[in-house]
Design a protein around this ligand. Structure first.
Ligand code: ZN
Length: 441
């Protein structure tokens, strides 16, 4: 017993010594940026140098000296900008024409958590290739495939965006499903897509279950059913999540649900169908994030009626006019023939353009606001010394033509080059073990 205790002590001491050593300085990479977009100021800086060492930016500016021996990446003909954020997606869900006729009930019953986790890895790579370095992954990911994706990326097994995941969506009986009594009682078809939580005890337990299994944000169905959550019940979710410093996003589809969620002081509201001018004014006043998931009318196989699209555009414009904090959010959890997941998400730019939102503000929603709604802005996002080196580059100038974002030629994530000259070069991201630490949960 004593020997065991001693060896344990030795191990702990070695661990402390190793952890206390300063890491060996890695090689320096110098990026020459012909144009550098500053989304905060809505301006372009010219002839900048960004120094990167290990996973972080160490210096940026016009007069930065490139150290001898530094690897130089020449983006002098490009516009460099910080990585993009999709504030609402579901990477472990892709419903499609074949075999499920785009009916996502069938996706759930035909695809295992394991298969969906592998698909999530692929979707993450597709998102990163289009410049999305952060994705808020808001549920409908089987039995915590979203946590598995986040861990695999954080441990260094695969490339992918930084994942802010919600675990299983918490809702009143049935979640977003409408099962038959047989499918509910005998086959429990609602789980694991939704965690039923109808009473205060169940609500608290459901939040804790998501925390235990690796969520980084809590997602609730506010009004998926007529017996949706009251403002008091939403406050209970918010209080329980706040114990572990997590925020709450609400799926909202009705005016009453929006009112309850806003009154309770929810962090973010997903979807726009429940939001009118009055709700937007209240959201602006309270600083509640809008993840409108503003679907364009151009996605093959996913038709949007002209009236429906007009409503979406008008709602986004009204939110902008009311100065609601806006995030770029897609809910793009389906396959569109001929497009990667990232390309599908960039199609959503059309709605923002049709709403007449200036490019500088679209870019703010896709970057600065995305970092803030993800609560990550102090460590990741802005191109600033000390922060993680996540940046992308495009030819042209997105401030004058937002479509330039559809041609991402260069992607760096955590200081590693993922895409160069338009070609994915992900070799540096694949490791056999947890290079960034197995304790990441
Ligand atoms: Zn969604």
């Amino acid at each position: 017993m004593r020997r065991l205790a001693l060896s344990f002590l030795v191990c702990v001491c070695i661990g402390v010594t190793l952890a206390g050593q300063a890491p060996a300085p890695g090689p320096v990479t110098a990026i020459r940026a012909g144009r550098l977009l500053d989304p905060e100021g809505g301006r372009i800086l010219t002839n900048q140098v960004i120094l990167v060492q290990g996973p972080r930016i160490t210096d940026v500016g016009p007069n930065v000296t490139v150290p001898a021996g530094a690897q130089v990446i020449d983006l002098s003909r490009m516009t460099v900008l910080p990585g993009l954020v999709d504030a609402h997606n579901h990477l472990a869900l892709t419903y499609k024409p074949e075999p499920e006729s785009n009916i996502y009930y069938f996706t759930y019953v035909q695809e295992s958590t394991a298969l969906r986790a592998i698909q999530a890895a692929s979707n993450g790579i597709q998102m990163l290739a289009s410049g999305f370095t952060i994705v808020r992954d808001m549920g409908n990911n089987a039995n915590y495939a979203d946590t598995a994706l986040r861990q695999a990326i954080e441990q260094g097994w695969i490339p992918g965006p930084t994942i802010i995941n919600s675990g299983i969506i918490i809702g009143g009986l049935g979640g977003q499903f409408f099962p038959t009594p047989e499918m509910y009682t005998d086959h429990n078809i609602v789980y694991p897509e939704y965690l039923d939580a109808d009473t205060p005890d169940e609500i608290v337990k459901a939040v804790r279950k998501n925390v235990l299994f690796g969520a980084r944000v809590i997602k609730i169905c506010v009004d998926c059913k007529p017996y949706g959550y009251t403002a008091d019940e939403i406050r209970l979710v918010i209080r329980e999540a706040a114990k572990v410093r997590m925020k709450v996003e609400g799926h909202v589809q009705t005016l009453e649900g929006a009112r309850n969620a806003i009154e309770a002081g929810i962090w973010s509201i997903a979807h726009s169908t429940g939001l009118n001018d009055e709700m937007h004014k209240m959201m602006a006043q309270k600083g509640i994030w809008r993840a409108g998931t503003d679907t364009p009318d151009t996605l093959a196989g996913h038709p949007v009626s002209p009236q429906g699209y007009q409503r979406t555009v008008a709602s986004l414009k009204n939110a902008y006019d009311n100065k609601v904090p806006l995030t770029f959010s897609t809910d793009a959890d389906y396959y569109v023939a001929g497009k990667t997941r990232g390309e599908v998400c960039l199609e959503f730019l059309k709605t923002w353009k049709d709403a007449g939102i200036p490019n500088a503000d679209i870019l703010r929603a896709m970057t600065i606001n995305g970092y803030k709604v993800s609560e990550i802005e102090k460590t990741r996002g802005p191109i600033r010394a000390g922060l993680f080196a996540d940046l992308i580059a495009v030819p042209g100038d997105p401030l004058t033509d937002i479509e330039a974002l559809k041609n991402v030629q260069f992607v760096m994530k955590d200081g590693l080059v993922f895409k160069k000259d338009g070609v994915m070069t992900p070799a540096a991201f694949f490791h056999g073990g947890p290079v960034n630490g197995w304790r990441i949960r």
